[in-house]
Write a new protein. Structure first.
Length: 271
């Protein structure tokens, strides 16, 4: 992959634009001005996204979260890297399937498309992203569109595309279904994976008092073992990873009949 193509230089030559920037940097306070403008822009952006968060989440809990709030406001405010953990862990699963060619990825309950665009699309031949919320799909098509991403409006209980994928990602959504629905969906997910495919995803562990974090959550998992029991009947290999933050405990899962990303060829373990 090539970055900054318009600034690439041939051996022994320097682009005119870079010469101009170098001259300006040496003779003017342009770097100071650029940093000041960036700082002002970040503060304005943070304030605007904070206002959006208060308006959207201060009164009610919407069906999907606008993850640009994380990027521009919440991450710096909370220092909670949960948002990026989710993309990185599923990214590991996708990368584990890139031996011969880029994989096809199915993103279940994709929400605003932030993850599909920012974490999956670069590593995938094709991303099919589905969500039942019309407003989420419209926002995804508007803000997170790319040529290899297809956004579909549909309920994954009945509308999962009838095609095969190397990776299925079920991120921050499995908890929105009942135990019976999760069990039924596992059959469908397994039928859409190629024989060596990998299912990956994220969910939240229930509160210490057994309470749910959001009213939309139908079933929050008691612990790692509770989550694994839904995966084990369908996959030969299952891994659940737990990470803890002050406000929540996170569960990341991988399931496959062939290999798990952390034990695959991309990993070196020395004991």
């Amino acid at each position: 992959m090539k970055l900054f193509n318009k600034y690439e230089e041939t051996p022994g030559s320097i682009s005119v634009s870079r010469l101009i920037l170098r001259l300006l940097k040496r003779t003017t306070p342009i770097l100071f001005i650029a940093r000041a403008l960036s700082n002002i822009a970040r503060k304005i952006s943070s304030g605007a996204h904070h206002l959006q968060f208060l308006v959207e989440w201060g009164i009610d809990n919407p069906e999907y979260f606008d993850h640009y709030i994380d990027q521009h406001y919440a991450w710096s405010k909370s220092r909670n890297s949960l948002m990026w953990e989710r993309g990185v862990y599923s990214g590991l699963a996708i990368q584990a399937m890139t031996d011969k060619e880029l994989p096809r990825v199915l993103d279940l309950c994709c929400g605003d498309g932030f993850m599909a665009y920012h974490f999956y699309s670069l590593q995938a031949k094709k991303v099919v992203a589905i969500d039942f919320d019309d407003s989420a799909i419209k926002r995804a098509q508007s803000k997170c569109a790319y040529k290899n991403i297809e956004y579909i409006l549909g309920d994954i209980r009945v509308d999962i595309p009838n095609e095969y994928f190397e990776n299925v990602v079920w991120d921050a959504a499995i908890e929105h279904f009942t135990e019976a629905e999760i069990m039924e969906l596992m059959f469908t997910i397994k039928s859409r994976l190629v024989p060596n495919g990998i299912l990956s995803g994220y969910t939240i562990k229930e509160g210490h008092d057994g309470s749910h974090h959001l009213h939309q959550h139908e079933y929050e998992f008691h612990n790692k073992e509770d989550l694994a029991r839904f995966l084990r009947p369908h996959f030969k290999k299952v891994q659940v990873i737990e990470t803890k933050f002050p406000s929540r405990t996170n569960l990341y899962f991988f399931a496959s009949d062939y290999q798990l990303p952390i034990e695959s060829h991309v990993s070196l373990v020395l004991n």
